[in-house]
Design a protein around this ligand. Structure first.
Ligand SMILES: C[S@@+](CC[C@H](N)C(=O)[O-])C[C@H]1O[C@@H](n2cnc3c(N)ncnc32)[C@H](O)[C@@H]1O
Length: 198
C-alpha cells in the first residue's frame, strides 16, 4: 500500500480502530493514553516541544500536554485532527504524511513520538516517513518510535497490518539519516537521538 492509501483508510476508519482498549470502554482508552504519556515523561525532557506523529484523536497527545509538554498533534487524516481539536481546542495541529513534517511544522522540534503508525507502512514507505520525522527534529533531540524488530521480519498487508523490521535494516536507515539508538531500559519503544548523518 502507498502512504496515501494507508492514510485514506484511517481517514475513513471507525475511531474504535485506533486502539484495542476502545473496544472495552472510553475510560479504558483514556487510561491507556494516560499510562503511555506517563511512561513517555520518563524519557522526554521536562516541558520540551513534542510532535505526536500519527496522533489520531489525541489518546496520548492530550495527556502528554497535561503533563506540561508543548505538544503538536500531527496526522495525515483531517478527520482525526478534527476530533483531536474538538477534545483539545488549544492544541496546534499539522496535516502531514510524515515525509514533509519539517516543512509543515516550519521549525525544528525537540522530540517526535510516534505510536502505532509506522507499523502500518511498507519498508519503503516507513523509511521515507522516518527520514521525514528525523528532518523535523533538532540535533540532539529525541525520537520515540513504535518501530518494531522481529527475528523473522515481515511486511504487513493492508492498512491495519503490522510490519516488523530486522535490526540490521533499522541500523542501516539510522546510519544513513542520523539516528543513534539509545539504551532505554523500561521503554517498550526504541528511542533514538538525532545526530549528524553518516
Ligand atoms: C492506530 S492509529 C494510532 C493513533 C495514536 N498514535 C495512538 O496511539 O492512539 C494510527 C494513526 O496514524 C495515522 N497515520 C497513519 N499513517 C500516517 C502517515 N503516513 N502520516 C500521518 N499520519 C498517519 C492515522 O491517520 C491514524 O490517526
Amino acid at each position: 500500500m502507498t502512504i496515501d492509501s494507508v492514510i485514506d483508510a484511517w481517514d475513513n476508519a471507525d475511531p474504535a480502530a485506533i486502539h484495542p482498549t476502545r473496544g472495552i470502554s472510553e475510560d479504558a482508552y483514556r487510561i491507556s493514553g494516560d499510562n503511555q504519556a506517563a511512561l513517555l515523561s520518563t524519557i522526554l525532557p521536562e516541558g520540551c516541544k513534542v510532535v505526536d506523529f500519527g496522533c489520531g484523536d489525541g489518546r496520548v497527545a492530550i495527556p502528554l500536554a497535561s503533563l506540561g509538554y508543548e505538544v503538536t498533534g500531527a496526522d495525515g487524516s483531517q478527520a482525526m485532527l478534527d476530533r483531536l481539536t474538538e477534545a483539545a481546542p488549544d492544541m496546534p495541529t499539522v496535516l502531514t504524511d510524515g515525509t514533509n513534517l519539517a516543512d509543515q511544522l516550519g521549525r525544528k522540534t525537540d522530540a517526535v513520538i510516534s505510536l502505532a503508525v509506522l507499523i502500518h507502512h511498507t519498508y519503503e514507505s516507513g523509511e521515507r516517513i522516518i527520514e521525514g520525522l528525523r528532518a523535523a527534529v533538532r540535533v540532539n533531540g529525541l525520537l520515540v518510535l513504535d518501530w518494531p524488530t522481529a527475528d523473522e521480519p515481515a511486511e504487513g498487508s493492508g492498512w491495519i497490518g503490522v510490519t516488523t523490521w530486522s535490526r540490521d535494516q533499522q541500523d542501516e536507515v539510522c546510519q544513513r539519516i542520523g539516528l543513534k539508538r539509545l539504551d532505554q531500559p523500561g521503554s517498550p519503544w526504541p528511542v533514538f537521538r538525532a545526530v549528524k548523518a553518516g
